[in-house]
Design a protein. Structure first.
Length: 91
């Protein structure tokens, strides 16, 4: 993550990535599940103060990440995202 004049930006190979690029990527991976996932993730993020979210973000990712079939390894492995489980850390 990098703070730019336009705001916070994700990094790819040490270069800032436009938010539109990130959204297109997520839409391509989640398909019809993109909007529901975005709503749930926004709700989760708003349930924390910014300072707390910054400290807890990786733990939240671990609690919310999709289940990946046994024997599947690596980033980007296809899995099932259970949105009902995603809001559990906000409770």
């Amino acid at each position: 993550m990098l703070r730019t004049p336009e705001g916070l930006r994700a990094l790819s190979k040490d270069r800032p990535v436009a938010p539109e690029t990130v959204e297109r990527y997520l839409e391509s991976k989640l398909g019809a599940g993109y909007e529901p996932a975005r709503r749930v993730m926004s709700t989760l993020a708003r349930s924390f103060r910014a300072e707390d979210l910054a400290v807890r973000v990786y733990g939240l990712y671990e609690a919310c990440r999709p289940e990946v079939p046994a024997g599947t390894h690596g980033w980007g492995a296809a899995g099932v995202l259970d949105l009902s489980r995603t809001l559990e850390p906000a409770k």
